[in-house]
Design a binder for this molecule. Sequence first.
Ligand SMILES: [Ca+2]
Ligand SMILES: [Ca+2]
Length: 71
Amino acid sequence: MADIEEARKAFDRYDADGDGFITAAEYKTAMAQMGDWNVTESVAEAVIASQDTDEDKLLSFDEFWGHLNKA
Ligand SMILES: [Ca+2]
Ligand SMILES: [Ca+2]
């Protein structure tokens, strides 16, 4: 069971504009800031798609949290 406070902090790090959704571009930028330059646009899109249960190309906190608890 993941910690929801920690998950929220991690989510906020990815959600650069704070609109409550992580886009592929935000994910890519956040990974680059953490030093992972291997995450290209298409890798970021694949990561978002793998967790995006309603398929709107955006990762909501519920989807992010659901994925953590599935792992
Ligand atoms: Ca956002
Ligand atoms: Ca979604």
